[in-house]
Design a protein around this ligand. Structure first.
Ligand SMILES: Nc1ncnc2c1ncn2[C@@H]1O[C@H](COP(=O)(O)OP(=O)(O)OP(=O)(O)O)[C@@H](O)[C@H]1O
Length: 243
C-alpha cells in the first residue's frame, strides 16, 4: 500500500533565544500528515502549536530536523525555491486575515494567482465565493466587511488555487459560532470533496471536532494522536493537560 504524505516532519526542533533564556518551543517532533486528511493541532497556550505550524509551512526555519512537503525537502531550500513551493502548493489562513485594504475582496482572492502569473479561474472564483457566501461581497473592500466575511475572504484566497495543503492558524478565533462553523464546514468539504490536506491549529475542542485527527501538543512535544475526535474527547484531553 502506498501512503502519500502531504507533509512530514522528522525530529523537528525550534529553540528561541540562547543560553539561560532559551525556550525550546518545538522539541523533537516527528509527525506525518497524510494527503486528503484534516488534522487539528491542539494543546495548552504556549505548547508550541503556532511555532510547529509555521515551521511546517516553511514560514520559519527550524533549529534542527527536517520537513518534507509533497516529498520535497523544505529544510535547506533556497529562499526562491521555498517561495515557489509555498506559492504553488500551500494555502494559508491566519487569524489576522492579512487582506490588503486597498484591494476588493475579489482582488484579494485573485492576488496570489496573479502574482504567480496565472489567469484568473472565474468558474472556481464563482464556486468558492458561492460556497463561502461571498458572492454579493466580492466588490467590497476589507474595511466594508465584517470580521467573519473577512475571514471567509482569507479562506477563499487560500482555497482558490486548490493547494495541496492548507495551513490554518486559529481560523475561527475571532468569529462568532455560526460564522466559525461555516469556515470549518468549508475546510471539511475541501478535504472531502477536493482531496485537499488541511492542518489547523486551534484551542477550541468544537473546532477540533471537525477534523479527522487531532494531534495534541504539550511543552513542544506530541503527547497524543486522536482519531475521529469528538469535541468532548478533545476537551477532556486538554483538561487533563491543565489547559
Ligand atoms: N519569537 C519568539 N521568541 C521567543 N519565544 C517565542 C517566540 N515565539 C514563541 N515563543 C515561545 O515559544 C513557546 C511556544 O509558543 P507558540 O506560540 O508556538 O505556542 P502556542 O501553543 O501556539 O500558544 P497559544 O495557544 O498561546 O497561541 C512559548 O513558550 C512562547 O513564549
Amino acid at each position: 500500500m502506498t501512503t502519500t504524505h502531504a507533509v512530514r516532519a522528522d525530529e523537528l526542533v525550534k529553540v528561541y533565544g540562547e543560553g539561560e533564556t532559551a525556550v525550546t518551543a518545538v522539541d523533537r517532533v516527528s509527525v506525518t500528515f497524510p494527503a486528503g486528511q484534516f488534522t487539528a493541532i491542539v494543546g495548552p497556550s504556549g505548547s508550541g502549536k503556532s511555532t510547529l505550524m509555521h515551521l511546517l509551512a516553511g514560514l520559519d526555519t527550524a533549529t534542527s530536523g527536517s520537513i518534507r512537503i509533497g516529498g520535497v525537502e523544505v529544510t535547506g531550500l533556497a529562499d526562491r525555491d521555498l517561495t515557489v513551493l509555498r506559492r504553488d502548493r500551500i494555502g494559508f489562513v491566519f487569524q489576522a486575515f492579512n487582506l490588503l485594504p486597498t484591494l476588493t475582496a475579489e482582488q484579494n482572492i485573485l492576488l496570489p494567482g496573479e502574482l504567480a502569473g496565472r489567469r484568473p479561474d472565474r468558474p472556481r472564483l464563482a464556486q468558492v465565493a458561492a460556497d463561502l457566501g461571498l458572492a454579493d461581497r466580492l466588490h467590497h473592500y476589507p474595511a466594508q466587511l465584517s470580521g467573519g466575511q473577512q475571514q471567509r475572504v482569507a479562506c477563499a484566497r487560500a482555497l482558490m488555487s486548490r493547494p495541496d495543503v492548507v495551513f490554518a492558524d486559529e481560523p475561527t478565533g475571532s468569529l462568532d459560532t455560526r460564522t466559525g462553523a461555516g469556515v470549518l464546514e468549508l475546510l471539511r468539504r475541501s478535504v472531502r470533496e477536493w482531496g485537499q490536506t488541511v492542518v489547523m491549529v486551534t484551542h477550541d475542542p468544537v473546532a477540533a471536532g471537525y477534523a479527522d485527527r487531532v494531534v495534541v501538543l504539550a511543552d513542544g512535544r506530541i503527547v497524543d494522536d486522536l482519531r475521529a475526535p469528538t469535541p468532548d474527547g478533545v476537551a477532556d484531553r486538554l483538561q487533563r493537560l491543565g489547559a
